[in-house]
Design a protein around this ligand. Structure first.
Ligand SMILES: *Cc1c(COP(=O)(O)O)cnc(C)c1O
Length: 364
């Protein structure tokens, strides 16, 4: 069986796949409305939020657009904290819809500079919101979100978080840390196929929503709330089969328990980092902030990262990710989030041992 070790889509347990295979139901009928209500309640336990939470149909990027257009107006000043491809994307969405974006960027492979963030917060009182990526999937870094959130909330700003590759696998108590809009995606930590975004919305985000004038139609939190309050409906036809899958996966996650899920990811992250270093490889990410959901490895000592992913796929049936944008050909990435266990990582490490020399790597 293929060992799919990319940071999403991630493999799904057979229970989840079976749940998806059900016959269609009326998405405005009682049975489905009950499933939507129950799944929303289960998700709130995993987000650790008491606020509104919506299950929307689309990919993660749609959820990021929803976070922006529902809370901001054209001309609003926002701070985009970007440490990689996905941070750039979040800020660019705001720019596309007319926000006046100030950037705090880090060298790729580094975490966000908290002092630079504090500096902008102190110097720009007109700032409306801060956009931040919790876990930057392109570089394998987990930002110190708790500290960033504390600074943003102390300044009284709105905090919009891309938690697409972190929520459900890394620690992020949404209400406790004060995040206003938090976006998660079904195909990452949740052991579910692509198709759904889950978004929490705080009371402060609703206040901002009353003033927000950015154009929106499909991604409208107001419409989502109105329909959910009809007993569990959505404004548009949802990805019914993926909701069946998500409901099943949430049961599995609640049975495992959030603290156990977080410690399993911590173990997998450490095992992956120790394992690749033992093979003589170097981590791309600053190890202090290295992610427990995805490990980025530098193509060093003659290693052709592109060739390596090809050899791993063709000869070992293991699918790794390459680098994105400027990192293409320079790094490779190993996903270890969602339905992932020690045996999956051991298989990758065993294969790397013989695959690396075939891709030009010379151990020193
Ligand atoms: C995967 C990912 C996205 C994009 O999600 P899509 O579902 O591909 O739109 C955004 N942000 C982060 C951090 C991600 O890992």
């Amino acid at each position: 069986m293929t060992n799919l070790r990319i940071p999403g889509p991630t493999p799904c347990p057979s229970e989840v796949l079976q749940a998806m295979g059900r016959q269609m139901v009326n998405h405005r009928g009682g049975e489905f409305m009950q499933i939507m209500q129950d799944t929303t309640a289960k998700l709130k336990k995993l987000f650790l939020t008491q606020h509104d939470l919506f299950i929307l149909t689309g990919s993660g990027t749609g959820g990021l657009e929803a976070a922006v257009v529902n809370t901001l107006s054209p001309g609003d000043r926002v701070l985009a904290v970007s440490i990689g491809v996905f941070g750039d994307r979040f800020g660019n969405i705001a720019k596309t819809f007319g926000a006046d974006v100030t950037w705090v960027k880090s060298t790729w492979g580094q975490a966000a500079d908290i002092n630079a963030v504090k500096d902008v917060l102190a110097k720009d009182p007109a700032l409306k919101a801060v956009l931040v990526t919790h876990n930057e999937t392109s570089t394998g870094i987990t930002n110190p979100l708790k500290e960033i959130a504390a600074a943003v909330k102390a300044a009284g700003k709105l905090l919009l978080v891309d938690a697409i590759s972190s929520l459900g696998s890394l620690e992020f108590p949404v209400d406790e840390w004060g995040a206003d809009v938090v976006v998660a995606g079904s195909q990452k930590s949740w052991m579910v196929p692509p198709g759904l975004v889950m978004v929490s919305v705080s009371p402060e985000a609703w206040q901002a929503n009353e003033q927000a004038k950015m154009a929106r139609f499909y991604w409208d939190f107001g419409k989502a709330k109105k329909y959910f309050e009809k007993g569990g409906q959505t404004p548009w036809t949802p990805a019914v089969s993926v909701v069946f899958a998500l409901s099943c996966a949430c049961d599995m996650m609640l049975a495992e328990g959030l603290p156990n899920i977080i410690s399993r990811h911590a173990r997998l992250g450490q095992m992956t980092r120790e394992g690749v270093k033992a093979l003589g490889l170097k981590l791309f990410a600053d190890e202090k902030y290295a992610s427990n959901t995805v490990t980025a490895v530098l193509g060093d000592n003659g290693l052709d990262a592109k060739k390596l992913t090809k050899v791993m796929r063709e000869e070992y049936d293991i699918v790794l990710s390459g680098g994105q944008m400027e990192l293409e050909g320079k790094i490779f990435r190993i996903g270890h989030l969602g339905w992932a266990h020690e045996s999956d990582i051991q298989q990758v490490l065993d294969a790397l041992k013989t695959a690396l020399p075939k891709a030009g790597f010379q151990s020193v």
